[in-house]
Design a protein around this ligand. Structure first.
Ligand SMILES: [Zn+2]
Length: 584
C-alpha cells in the first residue's frame, strides 16, 4: 500500500526544500502513546491465525467464479468460491471468514484420498457467527485427505471510504462517465468480498479468478489471463479468466473493471537473462500518456533485481493497471492512480513504491500484519536505495530526511499479534521502518555485508511468511554479532533513543536518556566539534560520561542515524551527583 496522501504531498513539496533552505526537522518522542483497537470477539475471530478451526487445514488453491449483476450502484456479486486444502489436524469443522454484507446461499464439500473423490458434492452444514463461517463435514477428515469446499454466495460489498487505506469496493466513473471499479482490502481483509480463510500466514499456491461483467468492459486481475468464452455468457455478459501461479496473500487478490486498453511492453533482465511481459491496462483515453510514462518502470525493476534478486513472478508477468484510487501492491497487477505525474526528482514514486512490494510483501510476506514494517519499511527503503543508485548518496540522504520528519513514535513499529492489526494511520511502519534499515546500514558500516543481508532476506524467504525475528537472525548471522539490542529498541520500544549532551568549560557530558532508551542500547555516535583531532566516536550509556575537549566549537551530532539529540544543561549537575553516588 502506498503511504498516506499527506506523506506524498509532503514529499513533492519538500523533497528539495530540505537541502535548498537547510530545513532540519526534529524527532519527537510524544508522552502519549497511540491506542490499539479494543480486541473484540469479532476481531479476535478474524485476527487469531492459530485458532483450532484454522490450524487444522492449509489452503493450496482457490477458484473464484463471480458475476457482477450490473455496474450500477446497486450491482451485486453472485458467485462461488472453491477452496482446496490439505488437512493438518483431523477435524470435521473448518473456519472461513465472510463479510457482513455477504450472504451464504449454500455450501458443498468433498474430500479426496489422493486418488479420486470419494463422495459426491454433498451439501454441508454450516453455521455463521458474525463474519465467521464454520463449515461442518459429516465426519472427521484426517490427514490423508484433501478437502474441497465450495461456498455459493451473493451480496454487495461495502464501498471503500478512503481507498486504499480504508478499503472496500471502489465504484467510480471515469472522466467519460463509464463505470470504473476496483477493490482494495489490505486493512479489512479479502473476506469483505469473497469467503476465504482470511489470514496472511496461509498463502494459496494457486488462484483462479473468473469474473463475468456486462459486455463492453474489461476485467483485469492478478497473474495471466484475459477474455474467455463461457456457455453462460449471453448477449449482455462476457467473461474474463485470470490465473495466479505463485503463492499469493489474499489482500493482494483483486479486480479492475473499466474501459481498458492493453499497453504491451517487455523488460529484459540483466540479472536473469529472461524477458518479462509487461501487459499494462489503462483507460483508453490515457493510453498515450501511459505509453510515455510507464517505461520508467523498467529502470525500477533493474535496480530492484540487482539489489533484491530476480523479480519473483516471471511466469505471471507484471502489469500496472490504472486504478480509481492512488495505488496498491496487488501482486503482478499493481494499482496505479497517480495521474502520470513525476515528483521533483523526476520519477513516479507510486510506481517505484508499489513495484518494490513485489519483493517486500508479495513474495516475502509477514506471518502476521503486526510485522507490516517488513512490507512497508522495506518498500519505502527500496525507494531510497533507488534514489541513491540514480542520483547519488547526497540525494539519498536528502530523500531519507524528508521521511524522518513524518516519524511519530506513538506506537512501536511491531504491533500486536493475532488481531489482524494494520493501521493505515500509523506511518511509522513506512518511514521509521526505512530509517531503521538506514541506521542499521550506518551501524554495520560495511555496505557489502548490509546489502548481502537485504538480498539474503529477500531470496531465502521468497514466497514464504516471515517474522521480524527472521530478519534479525540474518543480521546476526551475516554480521557475526548479536543485534538484539538494536531491534529491541527500534521495533518494540515506541520511542526513538535520545542522547542528551552538554558542553561547558571544556567538558562534554553525554548519556542516553533512560526514559526513551533501553538499558542495553549501545549505538556508537559520531560527534564533531569536541576534539581538534576531528570526529570522535562515542559509546554512550545510561550513566553520564564526559570528554575533555579543546576549543570553543559547538558540538555537532551525527544526525544520519535514528537518534534524537537533546542539549540538556542539567547533565553537568547530574554528573556531579553521579560522582558522589556512583551507580552500583
Ligand atoms: Zn506500501
Amino acid at each position: 500500500m502506498k503511504k498516506s496522501l499527506f506523506v506524498s504531498i509532503f514529499f513533492v513539496v519538500f523533497a528539495s526544500a530540505c537541502s535548498i533552505f537547510g530545513v532540519h526537522f526534529k524527532l519527537h518522542n510524544p508522552n502519549s502513546a497511540g491506542k490499539y483497537p479494543e480486541n473484540t470477539e469479532a476481531l479476535s475471530l478474524l485476527g487469531d491465525q492459530e485458532s483450532k478451526y484454522r490450524k487444522c487445514f492449509d489452503v493450496f488453491a482457490y477458484d473464484l467464479d463471480i458475476k457482477f449483476s450490473s455496474l450500477n450502484d446497486d450491482g451485486e456479486i453472485v458467485g462461488s468460491v472453491l477452496t482446496h486444502a490439505v488437512i493438518r489436524v483431523p477435524s470435521d469443522t473448518f473456519q472461513f471468514d465472510i463479510g457482513s454484507d455477504l450472504v451464504v446461499d449454500s455450501v458443498c464439500g468433498n474430500f479426496d484420498d489422493g486418488e479420486f473423490y470419494t463422495s459426491a458434492w454433498d451439501r454441508l452444514k454450516h453455521s455463521r457467527l458474525g463474519n465467521t463461517l464454520y463449515v461442518i463435514y459429516p465426519l472427521v477428515v484426517t490427514g490423508q485427505y484433501e478437502i474441497a469446499v465450495k461456498i455459493y454466495y451473493h451480496g454487495k460489498p461495502p464501498n471503500a471510504q478512503r481507498p486504499p487505506w480504508k478499503g472496500g469496493f471502489v465504484r467510480k466513473k471515469d472522466e467519460l462517465d463509464n463505470p470504473w471499479w476496483g477493490v482494495a482490502c489490505q486493512t479489512e481483509g479479502a473476506s469483505i468480498w469473497w469467503p476465504c480463510k482470511d489470514v496472511v500466514n496461509d498463502e494459496s499456491q494457486r488462484v483462479g479468478i473468473q469474473i463475468q461483467v456486462p459486455k463492453g468492459f474489461v476485467v483485469v486481475s492478478n497473474g495471466r489471463g484475459g477474455r474467455s468464452e463461457r456457455v453462460e455468457d449471453d448477449t449482455t455478459f462476457e467473461s474474463y479468466s485470470w490465473n495466479v501461479n505463485y503463492p499469493i496473500n489474499l489482500y493482494n487478490i483483486t479486480f479492475y473493471i473499466g474501459k481498458y486498453k492493453l499497453l504491451h511492453d517487455t523488460y529484459s533482465s540483466k540479472v536473469t537473462g529472461d524477458t518479462l511481459a509487461l501487459n499494462h491496462y489503462v483507460l483508453e483515453q490515457d493510453y498515450e500518456k501511459a505509453k510515455a510514462h510507464f517505461p520508467q518502470l523498467k529502470e525500477h525493476l533493474a535496480v530492484y533485481e540487482d539489489l533484491f534478486g530476480p523479480y519473483p513472478f516471471y511466469r505471471d508477468g507484471f502489469k500496472l493497471v490504472e486504478a480509481p484510487y492512488a495505488g496498491m501492491e496487488h501482486q503482478t497487477a499493481i494499482a496505479y492512480g497517480n495521474g502520470f505525474k513525476n515528483n521533483a526528482l523526476g520519477f513516479d514514486y507510486i510506481i517505484l513504491h508499489e513495484t518494490a512490494h513485489e519483493w517486500w510483501g508479495n513474495s516475502l510476506t509477514a506471518y502476521d500484519l503486526a510485522d507490516g514494517w517488513l512490507h512497508e519499511g522495506f518498500a519505502t527503503y527500496a525507494e531510497c536505495l533507488f534514489v541513491e543508485r540514480k542520483y547519488g548518496y547526497k540525494a539519498y540522504t536528502d530523500y531519507m530526511r524528508t521521511y524522518k520528519w513524518t516519524i511519530i513514535n506513538r506506537r512501536p513499529v511491531v504491533g500486536p499479534y493475532g488481531q489482524r492489526y494494520f493501521n493505515y494511520k500509523d506511518g511509522d511502519i513506512y518511514t521509521k521502518g526505512a530509517w531503521i534499515l538506514h541506521t542499521l546500514r550506518e551501524t554495520i558500516n560495511d555496505d557489502k555485508v548490509f546489502f548481502d543481508i537485504i538480498k539474503t532476506f529477500a531470496t531465502r524467504f521468497a514466497y514464504k511468511n516471515v517474522k521480524s525475528q527472521d530478519f534479525i537472525d540474518i543480521v546476526n548471522e551475516k554480521t557475526l554479532s548479536d543485534y538484539t539490542w538494536f531491534f529491541d529498541q527500534y521495533l518494540y520500544n515506541r520511542f526513538v533513543p535520545e542522547l542528551e549532551y552538554y558542553k561547558e568549560d571544556g567538558v562534554f557530558y553525554y548519556s542516553w536518556n533512560d526514559k526513551y532508551t533501553n538499558a542495553d542500547f549501545h549505538l556508537p555516535i559520531t560527534v564533531k566539534g569536541v576534539s581538534t583531532a576531528g570526529a570522535v566516536v562515542l559509546r554512550p550509556q545510561l550513566a553520564i560520561d564526559t570528554l575533555h575537549c579543546a576549543g570553543d566549537n559547538e558540538p555537532e551530532m551525527r544526525s544520519n542515524v535514528l537518534v534524537k539529540f537533546t542539549e540538556n544543561k542539567k547533565l553537568k549537575r547530574k554528573f556531579k551527583k553521579q560522582l558522589d553516588h556512583p551507580l552500583n
